[in-house]
Design a binder for this molecule. Structure first.
Ligand SMILES: [Zn+2]
Ligand SMILES: [Zn+2]
Length: 233
């Protein structure tokens, strides 16, 4: 049997799986269910965050501040093994997770995406310098695999990051907002799609996606929807 250079792995436990059955392995699948790591209803009608209180329509964040995007959805909760999976995908060169993650995302949110009927998929861009250091943009990998599943084209040329920002984890909410406000720009030469599906790996406060959506709308995009692999509580 040929030895694969990049054998398929289960993103949640990182173990190599049988090539005939790529995806989340059986034990991780049941663990994910039992730990409640899949996003389910009731979820915030704006950002898609699971709601603690089912009588509310919006999460505490979305009740406090408006967003520049129309609506967002995510597949997994950013916690435990889902969190470590994204860490390896982003910083550990586990690009091989991309097709599995996209499949999971499509399984969970594909119906929603179809209803929104976006004209283009746009990954949240990394600054050139950061992309050079890391070697790839995880959001672009996810976008490419999603595009293969749904046939909606990726427009990686549309949005770019002009300003190199400090790690957002170190900043307060107000600082994040200021730091990101003018960080993104749009190239108009390839045409401006009416509806965009913005794709990223993680949604927490929404400050990055908001800044991207703001730049896209300023450039003439009419509706921006957000699709993320994981969402924080
Ligand atoms: Zn597994
Ligand atoms: Zn919300």
């Amino acid at each position: 049997m040929a030895i694969l250079l990049f054998p398929p792995r289960c993103p949640l436990c990182d173990r190599v799986v049988d090539v005939r059955f790529p995806g989340i392995c059986g034990s991780c699948r049941s663990m994910q269910e039992s730990l409640g790591l899949l996003v389910k209803e009731p979820a915030c009608k704006k950002c898609g965050k699971p709601l603690e209180d089912s009588t509310e329509e919006y999460c505490a964040d979305c009740r406090k501040k408006p967003h520049s995007f129309r609506q967002g959805r995510a597949a997994w909760i950013y916690r435990g093994p889902c969190k470590s999976a994204l860490y390896r995908f982003k910083y550990g060169n586990r690009r091989c997770y991309a097709p599995v993650l996209a499949q999971e995302l499509w399984k969970s949110c594909g119906g929603w995406v179809k209803r929104k009927a976006p004209d283009a998929i746009v990954p949240v861009p990394l600054h050139r310098k950061k992309q050079r250091e890391r070697g790839y943009n995880q959001a672009a990998l996810l976008s490419g695999e999603l595009s293969r599943l749904c046939g909606i084209p990726v427009r990686e040329d549309l949005l770019y990051r002009k300003v190199y920002t400090r790690p957002l984890k170190e900043l307060s909410e107000g600082q994040r907002h200021r730091e990101l406000k003018h960080a993104f720009r749009v190239h108009t030469r390839g045409g401006i799609p009416a509806r965009v599906l913005l794709v990223d790996d993680i949604y927490t406060t929404g400050s990055t996606t908001d800044a991207c959506a703001f730049a896209l709308c300023e450039a003439g995009v009419e509706e921006v929807y957000v699709l993320c692999m994981c969402i924080g509580r």
